[in-house]
Design a protein around this ligand. Sequence first.
Ligand code: GLU
Length: 373
Amino acid sequence: MRKDILKNVKRVVVKIGSRVLTDDAGALDMAVIGRICADIAGLRATGVQVVVVSSGAIAAGRSELGLTAKPRTIPQKQAAAAIGQTRLMRAYEEALAPHGLKAAQVLLTSEDLGSRQRFLNARATLDTLLEYGIIPVINENDTVVVDEIKFGDNDNLSALVTNVAEAHLLLILTDIEGFYSADPRTNPDATLIPLVKAVTREVERAAGGTGSGVGTGGMATKVGAAKKAGKNGVPTIMVSGKREGIIAAALAGRDVGTLFLPGTDGLNRRKHWIAYTLKPAGRVMVDEGAAEVLQKKGKSLLPSGIVRVEGRFDRGACVRVCGPDGKEFARGLSDYSSSEISRLAGRKSSEIEKILGYRYADVIVHRDNLVVL
Ligand code: GLU
């Protein structure tokens, strides 16, 4: 069954966590990086294109700053990343060179990918690099981002990259064998789950909070990444990156780690971008009737169903659409700014022009720009 799923994989995003790339002392582990790059070369030789999403910049920079613990302040992290990113890239270059392969550095921020134009531009750049046979190595541009615009962690970034790169598989290399029924470090009865058919609430609950001391993510963010990749129609395999030959084994369909199936409710690439890459700028609260037609009938959001708007945003912003219980059930691009929406709330579409003196559209969020979550 795994073999069937994997036989058409021609482009894979390989996400490599800090814990995989560093040794016990927290320095870059060249032996592991060498093995991973040998594996990547093996994949390339079978015609599979590889995009790497690599953490490890902060970890690699930490020792250069003489820090013994994980950096705490944001400027410290950013300084560590600035130093470490060049070392990280050098490590990939050195490890790929013996295989006749070259690495290219691609640093992204969530603001970059939040612009449709830059998103498509990043896609074209990745395509071009891959055509030249080069291995793009992506990381977040840690030195320039501030907290509210961060991707959060590279697990999340790697899931978004499956969309940017139009990849067929997300392979997450981490420091445990896969996804367990409970945390194996604290629960001796935890068992490895080879197949997750869908990322349900129970699966999310079993993934719990974050874990490792080196990287940013944990099992929860990995499961979250598998869910997002799945919404993009992409399966995820999570394996231990410390094991020799693991990439080849995973791609060959061997029973290693955990395979997360993508599910059947995939979104088109643009809607996936709206739902997961854009950062929502505000909330639009709607009444029960509107919540129902949006969710069940796939209609656009009209001003008449809106009760209230929260936050300040311009026309074109991504907004959360929330029902009477206050919970977000959809996300979309707003045709009106928050101040316009507050004037239009509860009114008919035919009144828009009279109220504002102009009209961009009859709807607040068009169904083509709306994703029910
Ligand atoms: N961008 C961070 C780094 O390279 C890693 C973030 C993460 O571990 O998720 O150090």
